[in-house]
Design a binder for this molecule. Structure first.
Ligand code: 3BY
Ligand code: FES
Ligand code: FE
Length: 415
């Protein structure tokens, strides 16, 4: 009987097209399973290259009790290491981000290079081999500037996702951007409910007035709102408009077909028209930063990427907004949102930080409330697995990914 035998039973109760059994959302064991087993078996989105822009910049990515240091080396490479000293195990970095010339343990000052090599350890016996005590590396992939890490010894393949994502975001050149604003929002809901909420716009009309000024809900089962019209237009009209847009994108050389969670993979990549003629995801639809990051001028479309199981990203012509999520407890989730602008953009001159963040700051708050209500309702005796609408097929895709990877991770553990 493994520690998570009860979880295995719950995973078996999954029904295609329906939400999960209660205890997978609210149970203490499910949280431990997610943080210690399931999420450690897959690639997780941590940050962008702009979060560790210069050699010596580091960024912590933490899941449960495990902490990773993501650090840029002198050679420009971004690497990840366990945030645990190879002497007696002290946590090396406590600060969430920072800049260091090398990594020095606060306990007995063992000192490591930015490439993880042990450089100095005082008074060790003669047989001690420094080369055997470098920091323990973690799998890291730089996907066109988006940094993914995996806590597994044998990470799943990532090549298809790299090909689909890296090529499409190359034009936005994340290496030239800087993090202008970063918000940490702790949501009182299970992380899977925060993710499910992100994967549908069934709730958008009523809850997201700010977001709907620019976001097209097409791709979530609805048409594109047009100026002065109601939010939903018929599919044929939308498809014709999309076709016209696509021809223009193709001529500019940046159109690729929608990539929608290809079999066995975990990413969705979509260029979508913005609504109401907006050129950025802002309150007034205008650019938030005057220094564009996109080579073709103001652009009424955005490129969006959603990855299982913990991220989504929107690329506009003037800024990028990127979201990384980790569970902190059964009913506690950290959503970190970062807004990136051109590295030369000057705050107060080229952009106003509050204006840049306004749409998604409001949207995150609204979604947090919805996810917490979702969690609260599921906790009660009245909850039964509920049927997803046709506008929630991407919720089902997330949930199915969770169940399949959960089952596989349990099987691998038993082996
Ligand atoms: O745009 C997003 O990332 C998600 C998808 C639909 C609703 N939403 C806010
Ligand atoms: Fe790090 Fe001793 S635990 S130097
Ligand atoms: Fe929402």
């Amino acid at each position: 009987m493994t520690r998570f035998a009860a979880i295995a039973d719950l995973l078996k109760q999954d029904r295609p097209g329906f939400s999960l059994p209660q205890q997978l959302y609210v149970g203490e064991d499910a949280y431990h399973f997610d943080a210690e087993v399931m999420l450690k078996s897959v690639w997780l989105y941590a940050c962008t290259v702009a979060h560790v822009k210069n050699p010596g910049d580091f960024y912590l990515f933490e899941l449960g009790e495990t902490s990773a240091i993501i650090v840029r080396g002198r050679d420009g490479e971004v690497r990840a290491f366990h945030n645990t000293c190879t002497h007696r195990g002290a946590k090396l970095c406590d600060a969430r981000t920072g800049h260091v010339p090398r990594i020095m343990c606060p306990y007995h000052q063992w000192t490591f290079g930015l490439d993880g090599k042990l450089l100095a350890a005082r008074n060790m016996p003669p047989e001690f081999e420094k080369s055997a005590y470098g920091l323990r590396p973690l799998a890291l992939e730089n996907v066109g500037g988006l940094i993914f890490v995996c806590f597994a010894e044998n990470p799943p393949p990532i090549d298809r996702a790299k090909a689909d994502i890296a090529e499409q975001i190359a034009l936005y050149d994340l290496g030239r951007l800087k993090v202008a604003v970063q918000d940490d929002l702790i949501e009182p809901a299970n992380w899977k409910l925060v993710m499910e909420n992100n994967r549908e716009c069934y709730h958008c009309d009523v809850s997201h007035p700010e977001l709907l000024k620019s976001l097209s809900t097409y791709g979530f089962g609805k048409g594109l709102p047009e100026d002065g019209e109601a939010d939903v237009v018929d599919d044929a009209k939308f498809d014709a408009m999309l076709e016209e847009q696509r021809q223009r994108w193709e001529e500019l050389g940046f159109y690729r077909d929608l990539v929608e969670f290809p079999d066995g993979w975990w990413h969705r990549v979509a260029r979508l028209p913005l609504a109401h003629g907006a050129v950025s995801q802002t309150l007034d639809g205008k650019v938030a930063s005057q220094k564009l990051i996109w080579p073709h001028g103001e652009e009424p479309t955005s490129l969006s990427i959603w990855t299982q199981p913990n991220s989504w990203h929107h690329f506009c012509c003037d800024h990028v907004v990127t979201f990384s999520l980790v569970p902190l407890g059964p009913d506690k989730t950290l959503l970190r949102t970062s807004w990136l602008v051109h590295e030369d953009a000057v705050e107060g001159v080229d952009y106003d930080a509050d204006n840049l963040a306004a749409v998604w700051r409001a949207t995150n708050k609204q979604d947090s409330k919805l996810a917490s209500l979702n969690h609260a309702g599921i906790r009660g005796d009245g909850y039964r697995q509920g049927m997803y609408s046709v506008e929630e097929k991407l919720v089902d895709a997330f949930k199915t990914f969770y169940v399949e990877r959960g089952v596989a991770a349990l099987a691998a553990q038993g082996a």
